[in-house]
Design a protein around this ligand. Structure first.
Ligand code: ZN
Length: 404
């Protein structure tokens, strides 16, 4: 028995050492073809759709020159595409490696596969076609390399696929359930300055959503303000308009009554004797539009509370960019449930030329604490999001409201 074992060790020694010398890259195979397969854990709470969206996104980033990946709509949805990368080998030579990429979301696991690998040498003065890498790999493994390029080529394949796998895993690691889902509504058939703000805000918040991991859907179709659709959201944003019909108003009231959150800008909070929506006046803390300045102007702000999550990043006073400012009567500050966070400084008065605000206590940002709501009077024109300082409040506001 011992003799047999010793013999086995002796004959296997030279084989091991020659394998080390060759530094054979650990290229995996299945059914005689080069076949990489890796599995990634998917975080709980993620839908298959989110995983697919992220896999598509990863593909676009990994292979920007390749046609976009497509979704196989079969029984088991999978993202499929043709990957491509370059491997540098000996001086002046390089190879294109082309291969099939497949990403299959399953229950809690994403399967990542790379197979059908083709290589195309680019050498001076020679035209080559793509050919199956297995021909070359087979000969190489049998000690018959085609050229000095073989080793760097196979090492390049292996390290390239591993790099892809690492970047995909990172993307999957970021696949967390969104912190919250927001629906932003706006109108395009309103004052041009209000449309400008809506587009600026959509751009601003979409970028923030990607950074902070929440979802913001945007629409100019106010019929989306219905019970069924609102079930998908924790936060509703009105960028430059408010609902005018009863069905939309009732759905919004219900949404807020059930603990939904609201962020309203500028004209979204506007209401006067013609609005005919008493619930909304109460929701706004009793505030009814009273006056405004014209033309729009920058103005000095007093920050009432520097500890509140919405205004914690603002100094005690600052100058807000150009906006049309609204005065209110009744003043929402008179409502015991209202917490005013930012106020128009009286040092601005008289404010305006055509329309002048001459006096009065004018809250600019406030919340009615009976609801998860925040009103910000900013939102007229294309300057509102140009202050890095004030933008911190735009960020803090949405994150505060989105907090579950
Ligand atoms: Zn306005």
């Amino acid at each position: 028995m011992l003799k047999k074992l010793l013999f086995a060790v002796l004959i296997s020694m030279p084989f091991i050492s020659s394998a080390q010398e060759n530094k054979l890259p650990p290229i995996p195979m299945r059914e005689h073809i080069v076949y990489y397969e890796k599995f990634y854990h998917i975080k709980a709470g993620l839908s298959k759709q989110q995983v697919i969206n992220n896999a598509m996104q990863w593909f676009k980033e990994a292979f920007p020159t390749q046609p976009a990946a497509v979704l196989n709509k079969g029984e088991q949805p999978a993202v499929n595409g043709m990957g491509l990368f370059k491997v540098n080998t000996t001086a002046g030579n390089y190879y294109w490696l082309r291969f099939k990429v497949s990403m299959i979301p399953g229950d809690g696991v994403l399967t990542f596969r790379v197979y059908n690998v083709y290589e195309k040498p680019i050498e001076k003065g020679i035209t080559n076609e793509f050919s199956k890498i297995e021909y070359r790999w087979w000969d190489y493994r049998n000690g018959k390399p085609w050229s000095a390029d073989d080793k760097p080529l196979f090492n390049g394949l292996d390290s390239g696929v591993n790099a892809l796998s690492v970047s995909l895993e990172k993307k999957i690691g970021k696949l967390q359930a969104p912190r919250f889902r927001a629906l932003a509504l706006y109108s395009t058939n309103v004052e041009a300055d209000h449309v400008d703000f809506a587009y600026d805000a959509i751009k601003f918040y979409s970028k923030l959503a990607a950074e902070k991991g929440f979802v913001i859907d945007t629409t100019s179709n106010w019929e989306k303000l219905n019970d069924d659709n609102l079930k998908n959201y924790q936060l509703v944003i009105w960028l430059n308009e408010f609902p005018h019909n009863e069905a939309e108003r009732r759905s919004f009231e219900k949404f807020m009554g059930n603990g939904g959150a609201w962020l309203g800008f500028h004209v979204s909070g506007y209401n006067d004797k013609d609005t005919h929506w008493p619930w909304f006046v109460d929701f706004m803390g009793g505030a009814v539009f009273y006056n405004n300045n014209w033309p729009p102007l920058p103005a000095k702000m007093i920050v009432d509370d520097n500890k509140h999550p919405v205004t914690k990043d603002l100094p005690k006073t600052y100058t807000a960019p150009i906006n049309e400012w609204y005065g209110w009567k009744p003043n929402p500050r008179d409502n015991k449930d209202v917490k005013v966070l930012v106020t128009l400084a009286t040092s601005n008065y008289p404010l305006g030329k055509k329309d002048v605000i001459r006096d009065g206590d004018i809250p600019v940002v406030w919340t009615n604490t009976k609801y998860k709501m925040l009103y910000m009077n900013m939102g007229h024109g294309d300057m509102n999001l140009t202050s890095a300082l004030q933008n911190k409040m735009f960020v803090d506001a949405i994150l505060w409201l989105g907090k579950k």
